[in-house]
Design a protein around this ligand. Structure first.
Ligand SMILES: [Zn+2]
Length: 336
């Protein structure tokens, strides 16, 4: 695929291997790649600020920005979103914490107070938490994020895949992580409210954020134009892991789909964004189909680990978007 000429100071040296069956290293599908190439090379609103040259800033509306951050691993460059209300701003996800994130956000908001939230525990979404004093997430994700954002969390990063200054990674610092229940409202001043909507699936406490004024849904990793990993099943060491399955996500998505009149566009944690809200109906349809019968997958991938253990990954196509990945024990709720 044609290389992407991004404006970020971070330069990608190589992508993960498409044939790596462990799925730890992978490059994007054609749809996501094409989106990123056209978007990053051709969007007139894109700006890189001196204060943080790693982040490409895209303006979606008068009060909403997408902050493109390089993945520091084999792939999966990640979006943060910044919504500016009358009195406060909200920053959704904190990426890896590369560069001066706080300085960039204060430049974009004109030094407004910022409410910082996480969609879920993924290190590409939460490691930058240490740059802030206080971060909110869904109540089921607090202990999970604590297992990720901890001293030494950045030790594994090197310049194997991406060129950047390792000195620009943060160091661990204590901060306050606050869990809130499903439906929690964050007020950005006046009647500008943003609601946390718990979705489970990709992570036990995975949350989306409904911006009713801006009419957008910030969807994290439960809506992705490449591969939605919402059917992983119980994960060792994860709190509330009984919610990491297709059924838990489907049950929540079904409720969200009754509220499509509250937002028009959907913004994902990775790759294509600004999707029409009907994409949620397509995901719901695919989920319903495999929950009815897990054998209604589109294709499977078999792999053998270094210890000789065989595993099967199931993929279900989502109309117009990508695919859902699930495992045999990731369809219905179960304990590990
Ligand atoms: Zn992610």
């Amino acid at each position: 695929m044609a290389p992407i000429k991004g404006a970020s100071k971070a330069k990608r040296i190589k992508w993960g291997d498409l044939n790596d069956k462990n799925n730890t290293n992978w490059i994007q599908n054609n749809l996501s790649w094409t989106f990123q190439k056209m978007f990053r090379e051709g969007n007139d609103t894109m700006k890189v600020y001196d204060i943080n040259p790693y982040v490409e800033v895209y303006k979606y509306s008068d009060n909403m920005y997408g902050l493109w951050n390089p993945s520091l691993g084999s792939g999966g460059d990640v979006w943060q979103y910044l919504i500016i209300g009358p009195e406060k701003a909200m920053l959704i996800d904190t990426a890896f914490g590369l560069g001066d994130q706080k300085g960039l956000v204060s430049q974009l908001t004109g030094n407004m107070p910022v409410i910082v939230v996480n969609t879920h525990l993924g290190s590409d979404h939460s490691l930058g938490n240490v740059l802030w004093d206080k971060v909110y997430c869904h109540e089921y994700e607090v202990d999970n994020i604590k297992t990720v954002v901890k001293p030494g969390a950045w030790d594994r990063f090197n310049n194997e895949y991406v060129e950047y200054d390792l000195k620009d990674l943060p160091e661990y610092k204590d901060y306050e992580l606050i869990g809130v229940p499903d439906g929690h409202i964050f007020n950005l001043g006046g009647d500008y409210d943003i609601e946390l909507f718990w979705t489970a699936g990709h992570a036990a406490g995975h949350a989306m954020f409904i911006d009713k004024k801006g009419r957008n849904l910030i969807a994290g990793d439960d809506v992705i134009s490449d591969r939605i990993g919402c059917g992983g099943g119980p994960k060792k060491g994860m709190f509330y892991q009984e919610y990491c399955n297709l059924t838990s996500y489907r049950d929540r998505l079904k409720i969200l789909c009754t509220r499509l009149d509250e937002f028009d566009y959907v913004f994902s944690g990775h790759f294509a964004n600004n999707l029409e809200n009907s994409v949620l109906l397509n995901i719901l349809e695919a989920l319903n189909d495999v929950i009815d019968d897990p054998k209604r997958y589109t294709y499977i991938e078999e792999s053998v680990s270094s210890t000789g253990a065989k595993s099967v990954a199931y993929y279900k196509q989502v109309k117009g978007l990508g695919r859902i990945r699930y495992s045999e024990n990731g369809v219905y709720p179960s304990k590990a």
